[in-house]
Design a protein around this ligand. Structure first.
Ligand code: 1QQ
Length: 383
């Protein structure tokens, strides 16, 4: 009933918009490049991790969105307004923020939350309410499968981790691995599942499996055990704030083998926090800032100019995501939530700074990541 009502309303809105556009066309005389004629406007609600221990994720994401919005709005055919809410990296706060945004009828679709742990509680609500939601950093298994209105443009751990493991194995001929993971987070648990599954598939011996919790500061017990088992490398499923501390303490204990992480480690914060101890980290990422690609270079320059630092994977994914949303809004021709969802689902061969992007049938991502390592305090291609 509600949906039907909304459709009629949006049809009327569309008709009046067309009329308005037609009138505007004769009135303005076209002196400015289509700045107002036929502009499709829409409000998007953003839930992101802006305060707390992992706030650098949310900061990068918000910067990416804001930069893209500025560019898109300057072009004139789509006008985007972003309503941004902080989740503080917490499930309850993410849900409150998400609910607030989806109950506002003027909001067409949602972006975020940042963490899979948060996304997993907000996305089912969005799906139930018939509003599209897209994760730009959520990489746990099963996210797009939550429902028809649920999407992501971030590469899942199940794709990133095996890619990095294959590269590392090809180079090191490793036989024994240790695993350490956070057992209180959807993303770190999902990463662990993939690591274990993949290690077994690759015939590696898992010498120990260690766990930790969010906010933990002392990893002595876990690392002592890992050290005594002498692994060839360590698989770590962690967010940067715990991951960087783990690496720091490991190096101090004389553990020198490589660490292999998932998406959580793809942040310059790892180097910021762990310093030299971050060297030897191997990760797969859809974003490599040093790529010899004019689009990547232009984005780096614009981002640097706007925010005084270089973008990371999270900024890049958010930036592309907003362009994907802008395209869908344009295709949908207005603010109808269902029309937007359908247009979004049809996204195909979108050319972004992360490469060519399409959703698969389930709203998941197909993409080839680059495997990188930290060497002398810098992310470089792992070869
Ligand atoms: C997830 C992630 C994190 C690294 C996002 C910041 O991938 O929670 O799914």
């Amino acid at each position: 009933m509600i949906k039907y009502g909304k459709k009629v309303w949006s049809l009327l809105a569309l008709l009046s918009l067309m009329l308005l556009a037609a009138c505007g066309g004769t009135e303005s005389g076209g002196d400015e490049e289509g700045a107002t004629n036929g502009t499709v406007s829409g409000k998007f609600g953003v839930v992101t991790y802006l305060t707390g221990a992992g706030a650098a994720y949310g900061e990068a994401i918000t910067n990416g969105f804001n930069l893209a919005a500025k560019e898109i709005n300057a072009k004139g055919d789509v006008a985007i307004e972003l309503i941004i809410e902080d989740s503080a990296g917490k499930q309850e706060q993410a849900l409150t923020s998400g609910n607030k945004l989806m109950s506002d009828d003027s909001i067409v679709a949602l972006l975020g939350p940042t963490l899979s742990t948060e996304f997993n509680v907000v996305a089912p609500e969005a799906d139930m309410n018939g509003i599209a939601i897209m994760g730009t950093s959520t990489t746990a298994k099963g996210i797009p499968q939550i429902g028809d209105y649920v999407f992501r443009n971030s590469i899942p751990e199940s794709l990133a981790i095996p890619a990095a493991m294959e590269k590392l194995l090809a180079k090191t001929n490793a036989k024994k691995v240790a695993i350490i993971y956070g057992n209180d987070d959807v993303f770190t648990k999902s990463g662990f599942d993939t690591m274990k599954e993949e290690a077994e598939k690759m015939g590696l011996e898992i010498v120990t499996i260690e766990t930790f919790q969010k906010g933990q500061s002392d990893y002595n017990a876990q690392l002592t055990n890992i050290k005594s088992k002498n692994p060839d490398f360590i698989l770590a499923s962690a967010l940067y704030n715990e991951g960087a501390v783990i690496m720091n303490q490991a190096r101090k204990m004389g553990i020198e083998v490589p660490f292999l992480g998932g998406n959580g480690f793809n942040s310059p914060e790892v180097i910021e926090i762990a310093g030299e101890a971050a060297d030897g980290l191997v990760v797969a990422t859809p974003w490599f800032g040093e790529k010899d690609d004019p689009k990547v270079k232009a984005f780096n320059e614009k981002y640097q100019k706007e925010y005084g630092k270089l973008p990371d994977q999270f900024a890049a994914q958010a930036y592309d995501a907003l362009y994907i949303y802008a395209e869908a809004l344009k295709k949908a021709g207005g603010e109808d939530r269902d029309a937007f969802r359908d247009a979004l689902a049809e996204t195909k061969d979108f050319e972004g700074i992360l490469g060519k992007f399409s959703f698969d049938e389930e709203g998941d991502v197909v993409m080839d990541p680059t495997v990188v390592e930290i060497k002398n305090g810098k992310f470089v291609v792992f070869e």
